[in-house]
Design a protein around this ligand. Structure first.
Ligand code: MG
Length: 275
């Protein structure tokens, strides 16, 4: 297959007419590694011109929001777009809502620890004094903390994970991500998380609604993965838009049971349809 099937290219203008905010995946959608994808900044300009906006959204909970903001700044992204929505932030708001005044035992990086604590999340020093278990992307994982985390899960404490990705792509290949930790913890304890926050689950969508003040019908999720990005859109009452600038190919699209509302080669291909 070499062309985008016609069903994903019908009534484009109409489908985009009510979208006030595009939730943008980052790697594979807006940039590839350290390079902007051709036309990405023009896309943001077109949103501005047509009274729309965008928010970046990432499942990665190992880096603080500052790291992404700095990267976007280096790439020339205007300041108003640099306040990235991460699964870590979404997890904090979920936990503050569902477990107010309770303490979390966190598996996460020191940067994340400081960030979450700064947002008001109460963190337990030890598993014994914790009320629930919060699993984030801990790239400095300490074995004794993993054991303590499993003890807490085994004892039946509420168990929340920031996102389900099995691997995280890096310059030098894949590294095991939270989804792989979930599998390990399940092997040891027999339990999977009670709640997963990030794409394609709903917690990160709640965070986007909170941050934008918009309704689901006014938002579209755009990304290069069908089973996370596009699924987030179509399963949670928003538009789901696939771009072919990253992971998914037309063959993946044909084989997938996740059906996007629209498909474009890249973000900038949407520009003529926004007016
Ligand atoms: Mg991506």
């Amino acid at each position: 297959m070499t062309e985008i099937p016609a069903e994903y290219r019908e009534n484009i203008r109409e489908k985009l007419a009510d979208v006030r905010c595009f939730l943008l995946d980052m790697d594979g959608t807006f940039y590839l590694g350290d390079n902007l994808i051709d036309g990405s900044l023009d896309f943001l300009e077109a949103l501005e011109r047509t009274g729309r906006t965008a928010r970046f959204l990432t499942n990665n909970s190992s880096k603080s929001a500052r790291v992404y903001a700095d990267k976007l700044q280096r790439m020339g992204v205007p300041e108003k777009y640099r306040d990235v929505i991460s699964s870590g932030h979404a997890a904090v708001h979920y936990c503050l809502k569902h477990y107010p005044d309770r303490k979390a035992f966190l598996l996460g990086t020191e940067a994340l620890r400081q960030e979450l604590s700064g947002m008001g999340l109460l963190l337990a020093e030890t598993a014994e004094e914790a009320d629930y278990a919060l699993l984030a992307f801990d790239t400095g994982l300490a074995y004794d903390r993993l054991c303590a985390f499993c003890d807490l899960v085994r004892a039946g404490a509420p168990y929340i994970a920031t996102h389900p990705d099995l691997n995280c792509p890096t310059e030098t290949g894949f590294i095991p991500d939270v989804g792989s930790f979930i599998a390990l913890i399940e092997a040891s304890t027999g339990r999977r998380p009670d709640t997963i926050i990030g794409k394609p689950y709903g917690g990160i969508v709640e965070e986007a609604l909170l941050r934008t003040g918009l309704r689901r019908e006014e938002m579209a999720m755009v990304g290069d993965r069908l089973y996370t990005d596009v699924a987030t859109g179509v399963r949670h009452g928003m538009k789901g838009i696939l771009v072919l600038s990253g992971e998914a190919t037309l063959a993946d699209l044909a084989a997938s049971d996740v059906k996007p509302d629209l498909v474009f080669t890249r973000l900038s291909e949407m520009i003529p349809y926004l007016s």
